[in-house]
Ligand binder design. Structure first.
Ligand code: GLN
Length: 282
Protein backbone atom coordinates (compact mmCIF):
# COMPACT_ATOMS: atom_id res chain seq x y z
CA UNK A 1 0.00 0.00 0.00
CA UNK A 2 1.33 3.47 -0.80
CA UNK A 3 0.95 6.66 1.25
CA UNK A 4 -1.92 7.98 -0.80
CA UNK A 5 -3.88 4.70 -0.58
CA UNK A 6 -3.29 4.45 3.15
CA UNK A 7 -4.54 8.02 3.66
CA UNK A 8 -7.66 7.57 1.56
CA UNK A 9 -8.51 4.29 3.30
CA UNK A 10 -8.08 6.01 6.70
CA UNK A 11 -10.17 8.97 5.51
CA UNK A 12 -13.10 6.69 4.66
CA UNK A 13 -12.88 4.88 7.97
CA UNK A 14 -12.66 8.08 10.05
CA UNK A 15 -15.55 9.67 8.18
CA UNK A 16 -17.72 6.60 8.80
CA UNK A 17 -16.74 6.01 12.44
CA UNK A 18 -16.76 9.61 13.71
CA UNK A 19 -19.43 10.87 11.32
CA UNK A 20 -17.23 13.61 9.88
CA UNK A 21 -17.36 15.26 6.46
CA UNK A 22 -14.72 13.75 4.14
CA UNK A 23 -12.75 16.99 4.03
CA UNK A 24 -12.25 16.93 7.81
CA UNK A 25 -11.62 13.20 7.88
CA UNK A 26 -8.90 13.64 5.23
CA UNK A 27 -7.28 16.35 7.34
CA UNK A 28 -7.38 14.11 10.40
CA UNK A 29 -5.81 11.20 8.48
CA UNK A 30 -2.95 13.50 7.43
CA UNK A 31 -2.51 14.83 10.97
CA UNK A 32 -2.28 11.27 12.32
CA UNK A 33 0.22 10.21 9.64
CA UNK A 34 2.36 13.31 10.22
CA UNK A 35 2.39 12.54 13.92
CA UNK A 36 3.01 8.79 13.51
CA UNK A 37 5.93 9.29 11.13
CA UNK A 38 7.15 12.67 12.41
CA UNK A 39 6.89 14.25 8.96
CA UNK A 40 5.16 17.41 7.79
CA UNK A 41 2.23 17.88 5.43
CA UNK A 42 4.54 18.68 2.49
CA UNK A 43 6.33 15.33 2.96
CA UNK A 44 3.02 13.46 2.72
CA UNK A 45 2.24 15.15 -0.60
CA UNK A 46 5.75 14.71 -2.02
CA UNK A 47 5.80 11.00 -1.06
CA UNK A 48 2.23 9.99 -1.91
CA UNK A 49 3.28 7.17 -4.25
CA UNK A 50 5.93 5.74 -1.88
CA UNK A 51 5.01 2.37 -0.46
CA UNK A 52 4.58 2.35 3.29
CA UNK A 53 6.90 0.15 5.34
CA UNK A 54 5.09 -2.40 7.51
CA UNK A 55 6.49 -0.82 10.65
CA UNK A 56 5.20 2.62 9.61
CA UNK A 57 1.81 1.22 8.66
CA UNK A 58 1.57 -0.39 12.11
CA UNK A 59 2.43 2.90 13.87
CA UNK A 60 -0.24 4.66 11.88
CA UNK A 61 -2.86 1.93 12.49
CA UNK A 62 -2.35 2.17 16.27
CA UNK A 63 -3.23 5.87 16.22
CA UNK A 64 -6.01 5.37 13.69
CA UNK A 65 -7.75 2.69 15.75
CA UNK A 66 -7.77 4.97 18.81
CA UNK A 67 -9.25 7.75 16.69
CA UNK A 68 -11.88 5.34 15.33
CA UNK A 69 -12.88 4.62 18.94
CA UNK A 70 -13.37 8.36 19.46
CA UNK A 71 -10.20 9.52 21.21
CA UNK A 72 -9.83 13.23 20.35
CA UNK A 73 -7.17 14.13 17.79
CA UNK A 74 -5.66 16.61 20.28
CA UNK A 75 -4.99 13.81 22.77
CA UNK A 76 -3.53 11.54 20.07
CA UNK A 77 -1.05 14.12 18.86
CA UNK A 78 -0.67 15.70 22.32
CA UNK A 79 -1.01 19.27 21.06
CA UNK A 80 -3.67 21.90 20.38
CA UNK A 81 -3.32 25.43 19.11
CA UNK A 82 -4.74 28.31 21.15
CA UNK A 83 -4.36 32.03 20.42
CA UNK A 84 -1.59 31.29 17.92
CA UNK A 85 0.51 29.11 20.22
CA UNK A 86 0.80 25.37 20.56
CA UNK A 87 -0.17 23.83 23.92
CA UNK A 88 0.58 20.33 25.13
CA UNK A 89 -2.55 18.45 26.16
CA UNK A 90 -3.34 15.09 27.73
CA UNK A 91 -6.48 13.46 29.08
CA UNK A 92 -5.78 15.29 32.38
CA UNK A 93 -6.89 18.59 30.87
CA UNK A 94 -9.71 20.04 28.82
CA UNK A 95 -8.75 20.59 25.17
CA UNK A 96 -8.42 24.36 24.53
CA UNK A 97 -11.31 25.65 22.41
CA UNK A 98 -11.53 28.61 20.05
CA UNK A 99 -14.52 29.89 22.09
CA UNK A 100 -12.18 30.56 24.98
CA UNK A 101 -10.10 32.97 22.89
CA UNK A 102 -12.97 35.43 23.49
CA UNK A 103 -12.28 35.28 27.23
CA UNK A 104 -8.61 36.06 26.56
CA UNK A 105 -9.50 38.92 24.20
CA UNK A 106 -11.82 40.49 26.79
CA UNK A 107 -9.17 40.11 29.49
CA UNK A 108 -6.52 41.74 27.30
CA UNK A 109 -8.91 44.59 26.56
CA UNK A 110 -9.16 45.39 30.28
CA UNK A 111 -5.50 44.96 31.23
CA UNK A 112 -3.36 48.11 31.14
CA UNK A 113 -0.24 47.28 29.07
CA UNK A 114 2.05 49.54 31.08
CA UNK A 115 1.16 48.84 34.73
CA UNK A 116 1.84 45.82 36.91
CA UNK A 117 -1.39 43.93 37.55
CA UNK A 118 -2.21 40.74 39.43
CA UNK A 119 -4.27 38.28 37.41
CA UNK A 120 -5.81 35.01 38.58
CA UNK A 121 -6.89 32.16 36.27
CA UNK A 122 -9.25 29.82 38.12
CA UNK A 123 -9.25 26.21 36.90
CA UNK A 124 -6.38 26.68 34.50
CA UNK A 125 -6.25 23.13 33.02
CA UNK A 126 -3.67 23.17 30.21
CA UNK A 127 -2.76 26.71 31.28
CA UNK A 128 -3.79 28.14 27.91
CA UNK A 129 -5.54 31.20 29.38
CA UNK A 130 -2.97 32.03 32.07
CA UNK A 131 0.00 31.53 29.75
CA UNK A 132 -1.53 33.53 26.89
CA UNK A 133 -2.28 36.43 29.26
CA UNK A 134 1.24 36.34 30.71
CA UNK A 135 2.81 36.37 27.24
CA UNK A 136 0.47 38.96 25.70
CA UNK A 137 0.67 41.24 28.71
CA UNK A 138 4.17 40.94 30.17
CA UNK A 139 3.44 43.36 33.02
CA UNK A 140 0.73 41.06 34.37
CA UNK A 141 1.69 38.74 37.23
CA UNK A 142 -0.42 35.67 36.56
CA UNK A 143 -1.44 33.06 39.13
CA UNK A 144 -2.94 29.80 37.86
CA UNK A 145 -5.11 27.66 40.13
CA UNK A 146 -6.38 24.14 39.57
CA UNK A 147 -7.67 21.49 41.95
CA UNK A 148 -5.98 18.80 39.86
CA UNK A 149 -2.22 18.42 40.45
CA UNK A 150 -1.99 16.53 37.12
CA UNK A 151 -3.56 19.50 35.31
CA UNK A 152 -1.18 21.93 37.00
CA UNK A 153 1.77 19.76 35.97
CA UNK A 154 0.59 20.07 32.37
CA UNK A 155 0.12 23.84 32.75
CA UNK A 156 3.64 24.06 34.14
CA UNK A 157 5.08 22.10 31.19
CA UNK A 158 3.35 24.47 28.80
CA UNK A 159 4.60 27.51 30.69
CA UNK A 160 8.17 26.20 30.51
CA UNK A 161 7.87 25.36 26.79
CA UNK A 162 6.48 28.80 26.03
CA UNK A 163 8.66 30.69 28.55
CA UNK A 164 5.77 32.19 30.50
CA UNK A 165 6.33 33.17 34.13
CA UNK A 166 3.34 31.80 36.06
CA UNK A 167 2.64 31.22 39.76
CA UNK A 168 0.86 27.90 40.46
CA UNK A 169 -1.43 27.00 43.33
CA UNK A 170 -3.20 23.67 43.83
CA UNK A 171 -6.53 24.74 45.26
CA UNK A 172 -10.19 23.88 45.15
CA UNK A 173 -11.27 27.24 43.73
CA UNK A 174 -10.30 29.93 46.27
CA UNK A 175 -9.83 27.56 49.24
CA UNK A 176 -6.02 27.81 49.40
CA UNK A 177 -5.72 31.48 48.43
CA UNK A 178 -6.20 32.99 51.88
CA UNK A 179 -6.73 36.73 51.69
CA UNK A 180 -5.04 37.29 48.31
CA UNK A 181 -6.78 39.85 46.09
CA UNK A 182 -6.36 40.40 42.36
CA UNK A 183 -6.90 43.10 39.72
CA UNK A 184 -8.55 40.60 37.38
CA UNK A 185 -9.98 37.12 37.85
CA UNK A 186 -10.73 35.02 34.76
CA UNK A 187 -12.14 31.52 34.54
CA UNK A 188 -13.42 28.96 32.09
CA UNK A 189 -15.06 26.76 34.73
CA UNK A 190 -17.09 23.60 34.17
CA UNK A 191 -20.57 24.73 33.10
CA UNK A 192 -22.37 21.82 31.44
CA UNK A 193 -25.43 20.35 33.21
CA UNK A 194 -24.71 16.88 34.66
CA UNK A 195 -27.39 15.24 32.53
CA UNK A 196 -26.62 17.13 29.30
CA UNK A 197 -26.57 14.59 26.43
CA UNK A 198 -23.54 16.42 24.92
CA UNK A 199 -21.40 14.81 27.61
CA UNK A 200 -22.01 11.44 25.95
CA UNK A 201 -20.93 12.58 22.46
CA UNK A 202 -17.71 13.33 20.60
CA UNK A 203 -14.48 14.56 22.16
CA UNK A 204 -16.00 15.51 25.54
CA UNK A 205 -16.47 11.79 26.41
CA UNK A 206 -12.68 11.60 26.76
CA UNK A 207 -12.14 14.87 28.62
CA UNK A 208 -12.04 15.18 32.44
CA UNK A 209 -15.64 15.31 33.64
CA UNK A 210 -14.65 17.60 36.54
CA UNK A 211 -13.62 20.20 33.93
CA UNK A 212 -16.97 19.98 32.14
CA UNK A 213 -19.97 19.19 34.33
CA UNK A 214 -21.25 21.34 37.16
CA UNK A 215 -24.47 20.29 38.86
CA UNK A 216 -28.05 19.91 37.66
CA UNK A 217 -28.12 23.22 35.73
CA UNK A 218 -24.39 23.49 35.01
CA UNK A 219 -24.16 26.61 37.20
CA UNK A 220 -22.87 25.18 40.50
CA UNK A 221 -19.26 26.29 39.99
CA UNK A 222 -20.20 29.63 38.42
CA UNK A 223 -22.43 30.36 41.45
CA UNK A 224 -19.61 29.51 43.82
CA UNK A 225 -16.98 31.45 41.86
CA UNK A 226 -19.08 34.59 41.54
CA UNK A 227 -20.01 34.54 45.21
CA UNK A 228 -16.46 33.89 46.42
CA UNK A 229 -14.71 36.22 43.95
CA UNK A 230 -15.82 39.32 45.89
CA UNK A 231 -13.38 38.44 48.68
CA UNK A 232 -10.51 38.11 46.20
CA UNK A 233 -11.01 41.16 43.96
CA UNK A 234 -9.49 44.54 44.72
CA UNK A 235 -12.00 47.42 44.60
CA UNK A 236 -12.80 48.10 40.94
CA UNK A 237 -11.15 44.85 39.82
CA UNK A 238 -12.56 42.79 36.93
CA UNK A 239 -14.19 39.37 36.84
CA UNK A 240 -14.57 37.59 33.48
CA UNK A 241 -16.21 34.20 33.07
CA UNK A 242 -16.86 31.85 30.19
CA UNK A 243 -20.23 30.09 30.36
CA UNK A 244 -22.69 27.97 28.38
CA UNK A 245 -24.59 29.23 25.33
CA UNK A 246 -27.81 29.69 27.33
CA UNK A 247 -26.38 30.88 30.65
CA UNK A 248 -25.67 34.58 30.08
CA UNK A 249 -28.90 35.81 31.77
CA UNK A 250 -28.29 33.63 34.81
CA UNK A 251 -24.64 34.68 35.04
CA UNK A 252 -25.45 38.40 34.65
CA UNK A 253 -28.03 38.04 37.42
CA UNK A 254 -25.49 36.33 39.70
CA UNK A 255 -22.87 39.00 38.96
CA UNK A 256 -25.27 41.84 39.80
CA UNK A 257 -26.47 40.15 42.99
CA UNK A 258 -22.87 39.76 44.13
CA UNK A 259 -21.79 43.38 43.82
CA UNK A 260 -20.33 43.25 40.31
CA UNK A 261 -21.10 46.50 38.48
CA UNK A 262 -21.27 47.15 34.71
CA UNK A 263 -22.08 43.47 34.20
CA UNK A 264 -22.29 42.58 30.52
CA UNK A 265 -21.93 39.67 28.11
CA UNK A 266 -19.96 39.29 24.90
CA UNK A 267 -20.65 37.08 21.88
CA UNK A 268 -18.16 34.64 20.37
CA UNK A 269 -17.52 34.34 16.62
CA UNK A 270 -20.66 32.27 16.16
CA UNK A 271 -22.77 35.02 17.77
CA UNK A 272 -23.31 33.11 21.04
CA UNK A 273 -23.08 35.07 24.30
CA UNK A 274 -20.15 33.14 25.73
CA UNK A 275 -18.37 35.43 28.22
CA UNK A 276 -19.80 37.67 30.93
CA UNK A 277 -18.19 39.91 33.47
CA UNK A 278 -17.92 43.25 35.16
CA UNK A 279 -16.08 45.07 37.92
CA UNK A 280 -16.35 44.87 41.69
CA UNK A 281 -18.12 48.04 42.86
CA UNK A 282 -15.62 50.40 44.50
N1 GLN B 1 -17.19 24.73 25.83
C1 GLN B 1 -17.05 23.37 26.23
C2 GLN B 1 -18.06 22.51 25.52
O1 GLN B 1 -19.16 22.92 25.30
C3 GLN B 1 -17.22 23.20 27.71
C4 GLN B 1 -16.11 23.80 28.46
C5 GLN B 1 -16.47 24.01 29.89
O2 GLN B 1 -17.35 23.39 30.47
N2 GLN B 1 -15.80 24.92 30.45
O3 GLN B 1 -17.74 21.40 25.15
Amino acid sequence: MNVSQLLSDATQRIAAAIDLPLREARLEARVLASHAWQVDAAWLIAHDTDSVLAVHAAQFQTLLSRRLQGTPIAYLVGLREFFGRSFEVSADVLIPRPDTELLVERALATLPPDQPVEVLDMGTGSGCIAITLALECPRARVTAVDCSPAALTMAQRNAVRLSAPIEYVVSNWFAALGVLRFDLIVSNPPYIANQDPHLARGDVRFEPLTALASGPDGLDDLRHLIHAARDHLKPGAGLLLEHGYDQSDAVLDLLRKNGIAQAQSWADLSGTLRVSGGKLSE
